[in-house]
Design a protein around this ligand. Structure first.
Ligand code: PHE
Length: 342
């Protein structure tokens, strides 16, 4: 009478041993301990037995049920441990592997050039004065001695906003007025860096946006000699001792007299090559003595004060320094270009 129960237990234990994964284990539980499971049926069969046989059968079947439940728990735990151990081995972290390198960014070539310019002028006592990119027509033109409709404005055509009289600055020169109004009547020695915008056809030589660095010195007894000395010194610190610089008469509405500044070609040393268009000279900036009208607009009495100003393009300077042939590279965001400037 108890023999079938013993056989059931043996069978169940063997099947449990064979269940090697969570799916098989769940199936085993349904087969033996589920609501219609073989052990559950065996428990129910108790009711059909003659009264005399029930105690022994009942004891045995309950024993088996409890034993199998315990065996099931043990098996489940064993499988959990086994899979954990396996994951432990499979997902092992090799702490001796080198880490994934984090690529450090680098400074844009314009930023590098700007910083070098700041450094050189800082040594000469010039502070950096920040001025806005979005300017008024008045600051950008009128107060710089270019009244409305003055033909000189054509050289600096720009982008206009929907607000009348509000434009993107075409040069850093409007910052001269802002700096003067800020400092007046103190003397001034500043450089004004930043982006400028022009309505231009984009070519290898001209962009619609670019940096400029303006220089401005205002005080008593400032002469053209101070302008020349400052610029020559800058050129030599930037491009190397022994550089030759020449001043070529020019015209800007906001300076008088005005001069373009040329430097002997760094590629051919002045002999003439493709870069300097066989002249031996490279233009590096515009300059001049601050026009009396501009001094007055800045708040200074031109009979007492004088000043000099200059303006250069750091991208042009970087092009000369590094032999870059196309200004469009600066804003094209091409890593093949940018990564060359560590
Ligand atoms: N603002 C002039 C330009 O953009 C450069 C300049 C600045 C010339 C200061 C003279 C003095 O071309």
């Amino acid at each position: 009478m108890l023999e079938p129960l013993n056989q059931l237990e043996e069978e169940a234990r063997a099947a449990l041993e064979a269940a090697a994964d969570p799916g098989a284990l769940a199936a085993w539980r349904t087969t033996y301990l589920g609501r219609r499971g073989k052990v559950t049926e065996a428990v129910k069969a108790l009711a059909t037995l003659p009264a005399a046989e029930r105690p022994a059968y009942g004891r045995r079947v309950n024993e088996i049920k409890e034993a199998l439940e315990a065996a099931y728990e043990a098996r489940a735990e064993a499988l959990r441990q086994a899979s954990l151990a396996q994951a432990w081995v499979a997902d092992q972290v090799d702490v001796t592997l080198p880490g994934r390198p984090i690529r450090p960014g680098r400074l844009h070539p314009s930023t590098q050039t700007l910083r070098e310019i700041y450094r050189i002028f800082a040594e000469m006592g010039f502070q950096v004065y920040r001025s806005r990119d979005v300017e008024t027509d008045e600051m950008n033109f009128t107060l710089l001695n270019m009244p409305p409709h003055h033909p000189a404005r054509d050289m600096w055509d720009t982008f206009y906003t929907t607000r009348p009289g509000v434009i993107l600055r075409t040069h850093t020169s409007p910052g001269q007025i802002r700096a003067m109004r800020d400092y007046c009547p103190e003397p001034i020695r500043v450089i004004l860096p930043g982006m400028c915008y022009r309505y231009e056809q984009i070519t290898a030589r001209s962009e619609i946006m670019f940096n400029q660095v303006e220089g401005l010195a205002v005080g008593r007894n400032i002469t053209m000699a101070n302008l020349k000395g400052t610029i020559v010194d800058f050129a030599r610190r930037m491009f190397g001792e022994g550089r030759r610089v020449r001043f070529r008469a020019s015209h800007f509405p906001f300076t008088e007299p005005s001069a373009e500044v040329d430097m002997d070609c760094i590629l051919c040393g002045g002999k003439g090559c493709r870069v300097c268009k066989y002249t031996g000279w490279l233009e590096i900036m515009g300059s001049g003595m601050v026009h009396p009208v501009v001094l007055k607009n800045g708040g200074y009495d031109p009979d007492v004060y004088s000043g000099f100003a200059f303006g250069m393009g750091p991208e042009r300077i970087a092009m000369l320094k590094h032999g870059i042939e196309d200004i469009r590279y600066f804003w094209a965001n091409d890593l093949r270009f940018l990564q060359q400037f560590g």
